[in-house]
Ligand binder design. Structure first.
Ligand code: 13P
Length: 341
């Protein structure tokens, strides 16, 4: 394992003022998102959509990295450059999602287990050859009646840790993503409890697997009220409970925490990240973003599959990335949103 190289990539991914775009939606997920705004999902619409995002002028000011999907890392822009090269030309580091999605957890069908360890070493080698410098694996924890179970949390934590070890062996920085879902009517306290449990188990297995903490990043959910909970916690409460939970579960040697947006609105995701960075200035890790929906929602709606809308969609994407960049230092304000209008 080349520790220095892993550390330098991990640090670059959480450089001040920068965060990550997750553009690694699987065929099913991008199909669903496209359908909601009236775009047909074909290999070419997916390619043109991602090309639109990646060629946004100046986006490298706010983005350190982009997470790609297997199809996308193999695609080319209209000018013939492979899409990972388009990112490099913008000063953005290409990464790749390497899990193979979820299946029902055996003997606990309401819960999910993430697959993808078979053949992982060979796939990592291929992706590295295509320009990837970091990887992502997502595990999903559901809150509900009688769940999650220890069985679900530890099975997924074990998978995350092995993925991280394989990635570091290949010289790729792992982004470890245990997502406690926002779905349900649970309180923010229940989210805190399950998130703390999940993160502690994840780091137990990470330690056991020999993963180098300084050469990885964590991508957790924020600690937040369930989507259908009648009582919704405010911005400051989310910020404080999230940071307190992380302090109790994430080792200080981890260089950065890059949140997922997980179904929050784009404005909420920015406000929460901003509040954390405004309220705390003595944390051992960088607090940044690795959003999919909270960065792509507006630009996708504007683009609609029509190249005549590229410029307007890129403008919306640039603005959202800029707002989250400001949230990295706690200097975002609602007034800044008006710039987009
Ligand atoms: P969201 O920001 O839409 O939750 O997506 C992040 C992600 O990468 C999920 O795996």
């Amino acid at each position: 394992m080349n520790k220095e190289q892993l550390q330098s990539t991990a640090r670059a991914l959480v450089a001040p003022g920068k965060g990550i775009l997750a553009a690694d939606e699987s065929f099913g997920t991008i199909g669903k998102r496209f359908k909601a705004v009236g775009i047909e999902s074909t290999e070419d619409t997916r390619r043109r959509y991602r090309q639109m995002l990646f060629t946004t002028p100046g986006i490298g000011e706010f983005l350190s990295g982009v997470i790609l999907f297997d199809e996308t890392i193999r695609q080319k822009a209209d000018d013939g450059r492979p899409l990972p090269k388009v990112l490099e030309d913008q000063g953005v580091i290409p990464g790749i999602k390497v899990d193979k999605s979820t299946t029902a957890l055996p003997l606990s069908p309401q819960e999910k287990f993430t697959q993808g360890l078979d053949g992982l070493r060979e796939r990592l080698e291929e992706y590295r050859g295509m320009g990837a410098r970091f990887t992502k694996w997502r595990a999903v924890i559901t809150i509900g009646q009688g769940i999650p179970t220890e069985r679900c949390i530890s099975a997924n934590a074990h998978g995350l840790a092995l993925f991280a070890a394989f990635s570091q062996e290949a010289g790729l920085v792992p982004i470890v993503e245990p997502e406690v879902l926002i779905d349900g009517d649970h309180t923010i306290e229940r989210c805190y409890e399950v998130t703390e449990w999940t993160l502690n188990r994840t780091f137990d297995y990470i330690y056991e697997a020999g993963v180098e903490l300084s050469g990885m990043l964590l991508k957790p959910n924020m600690v937040i009220s369930g989507k259908d909970c009648p009582e919704q916690a405010g911005v400051e409460e989310v910020a404080r409970m999230t940071v307190e939970c992380l302090k109790r579960s994430v080792p200080a040697a981890v260089p950065g925490i890059v949140f997922l947006s997980g179904g929050q609105s784009d404005l909420q995701a920015t406000a929460h990240l901003n509040a954390m960075n405004r309220l705390y200035d003595d944390l051992p890790w960088e607090l940044s973003f690795s959003y999919a929906r909270a960065l792509q929602g507006r630009p996708m709606e504007i683009w609609k599959g029509d190249d005549a809308n590229v410029e307007a969609a890129q403008k919306a994407f640039y603005h959202r990335a800029k707002m989250n960049s400001a949230a990295r230092s706690g200097s975002y304000s609602e007034e800044m949103e008006k710039e987009a209008a």
